[in-house]
Design a protein around this ligand. Sequence first.
Ligand code: ZN
Ligand code: ZN
Length: 372
Amino acid sequence: MPSEDSRDLYAILGVSREATQEEIKKAYRKLVRKYHPDANPGDAEAAERFKKINLAYEILQDPQKRAAYDQYGTLGDAPPGGAPFGGFGPFGDIFGDIFDSFFGGAGRPSRGPVRGENIEVSLSISLEDAFSGVTREVSVPRQETCGRCGGSGAEPGSEVRTCPSCRGSGQVETQQRTPFGTFVSVSQCRDCNGSGKKIDSRCANCGGSGRVRTRHTVEVRIPPGVDSGTRLRVAGEGMEGSQGGPPGDLFISIKVESHPLFERDRDDLHARLDLKYPQVVLGASVEVPTPEGTDRIEIPPGTQGGKTFRVKGKGMPRLRGSGRGDLYAHVFIEVPRDLSEKERTLVEALAQEMNVPIQSTGLMDRIRQLFS
Ligand SMILES: [Zn+2]
Ligand SMILES: [Zn+2]
């Protein structure tokens, strides 16, 4: 049976998940020298190890395969909910073929380590938090090893016996004779759910499952620049594994709330810039809102409604890569609804000067007076 670490490619090479390609190569070369069959004649364990090292390297040295592996953490278990990308997506075959030969197929009933399920949590954050990044505490459901029985499922002090149905193997075979021969199918033992053990008295805390549902607070650091649809992975914060398997991962799906001032388009922001008639006619220095405050821009004389000004580098930070997107200020010309007496006179004078027909209230007043 594989130990917990034998499914972790990084552990096989003895490097961290953050290791550079160069470090992986170095670690690989060292291990290959150590476990090479020529250096260990007749040592079956070393030979097996040598094969695993080569397999791990085959995946980790290829950035694409490595990324796919990173996304799913370890091999052999599909993400919960039946795999959004169909198992391991384009890499399913590669991983499946390689690892089936070593660790047995994922579909086969097995008492070996089983990786815990992944957990998916959605999280709404404000645009401000998406801009600056934020740390949030997320409460996630989890299955943990029962503290009362230590995961055995048996009431402390009671006996755990070998399952009589499967004699401890955890699986049962059924034979079927057909004209084409005898077919043997292997399935998980129902009496012990594949554990191979039978419990006299079930643990009062977990009911014999060996696991309890809890909630668990995970501190999640949300980097600047996330957008709706961003999926963050927190390794090892998913469901606990069973039979010594590693835990699953926690995935955080981000939703960025809408903002009263800004509309977001990937890394760019769009804002409405309300200007008064004299400002667009004569030009002005005005303030535009930015995520961190305001910025001053120059409006040239004769600016038309609908014109867009780009404020470079004042958009959202880029999640991947450096720098920021741009801010676009869209000009809207504000037409006043309530004019003071003086403003009215001035606008009327302007209309007269420009020789444009208007509805003169002065004239209307005089007509009204005539007929009252
Ligand atoms: Zn228990
Ligand atoms: Zn059994």
